[in-house]
Design a binder for this molecule. Structure first.
Ligand SMILES: [Zn+2]
Length: 307
């Protein structure tokens, strides 16, 4: 039993040649040699169909990068042909039966498990050398049907966001083509002098994309440039307004700004009590130490996750 919230089983192969038996102890040794705390899988199924326990189910495994939390890792011995390289579903009859049994009993014990996947569903690998999702679809299916999201078009949702950013609100960016979105598109098209199709057609998308940079969180640099430009605009406006003496005025106002910043620092310094500096230094040291500890821990976890 475990308190871990389990939602998925991920099937693996040991990537060992067809017909060669490999013990849990050996796989554990391989994984420990990578600096891991224990074997990465929770269960290993030998050629004879015997199920061996690996890492306790109560512990997060190390078998699928980015998805170890909430998953159970099951590995069958084999997975490549006798040449030791070519991916192959080498499962013996006993292994197939044992795997199905184990999956069924896990799902019975932990009803929160809704999905059976293969390692290759999350990584560019052949593991486990057979389409696990497809093969166990009817096991996952019953629940998967209810959890299927509505027909949301991500591209449509994104364009809706751009439309809002352009100043044509339409309610929620839900990815669904509704009357409010269509009206907002038409309003935008009218303003831009485009054909009023009510669709995100090519001309509309091209125009909307112009404002993409200011919306996308991945491009903060553009926003920074925009701010800078605004600042320059302000300065040049001031310059223009004050005529020939503009530059001097601008310089003076910059100097004034600097003085006031200096003034704030000076005022603050004169009000700092004696205990402030040692307390601040101790605090900074503790913060630094803690950050260092967290980083080290994260690195160890990341290493384990490289399954
Ligand atoms: Zn794998």
């Amino acid at each position: 039993m475990t308190n871990r919230k389990l939602n998925e089983i991920v099937v693996h192969c040991a990537a060992t040649p067809e017909g060669r038996e490999v013990s849990v102890a050996t796989i554990r040794k391989w994984h420990k040699a990578r600096g891991w705390s224990d074997i990465g899988y929770h269960f290993v199924i030998g050629l004879d169909g015997k199920v061996h326990k690996g890492r306790p189910l109560s512990k997060t495994g190390a078998h699928v990068r980015g998805r170890n939390r909430g998953t159970v890792g099951i590995c069958y011995v084999g997975g490549v042909s006798r040449d030791g390289r070519t991916p192959k579903d080498t499962r013996t009859h006993s292994q197939k039966a044992a795997l199905l049994n184990l999956i069924n009993s896990l799902m019975a014990e932990y009803p929160s498990i809704k999905l059976i996947s293969g390692h290759h569903d999350y990584a560019a690998k052949a593991c486990p050398s057979f389409p696990a999702r497809e093969q166990y679809a009817d096991l996952s299916g019953a629940v998967a049907k209810t959890s299927t999201p509505p027909n949301v078009d991500e591209r449509y949702r994104y364009l809706q966001r751009l439309l809002t950013a352009a100043g044509y609100p339409h309610g929620l960016a839900d990815g669904i083509k509704g009357p409010r979105t269509i009206k907002a598109i038409k309003d935008y098209q009218e303003f831009m002098g485009l054909p009023k199709s009510g669709e995100f057609d090519k001309a509309t998308v091209v125009n909307l994309r112009v404002i993409e940079e200011t919306v996308s969180p991945r491009r903060p640099a553009v926003t920074a440039v925009a701010f800078k430009t605004a600042a320059f605009d302000r300065i040049s406006t001031e310059k223009a307004a004050s005529g020939t003496g503009g530059t001097l005025t601008t310089l003076a106002s910059i100097k004034e700004g600097a003085d006031s910043v200096g003034g704030i620092v000076a005022t603050f310094a004169s009000h700092v009590p004696d205990w402030f500096v040692p307390v601040a230094l101790t605090g900074a040291a503790l913060c630094f130490g803690y950050t260092w500890y967290r980083r080290d821990k994260r690195q160890r976890e990341a290493q384990e996750a490289l399954a």
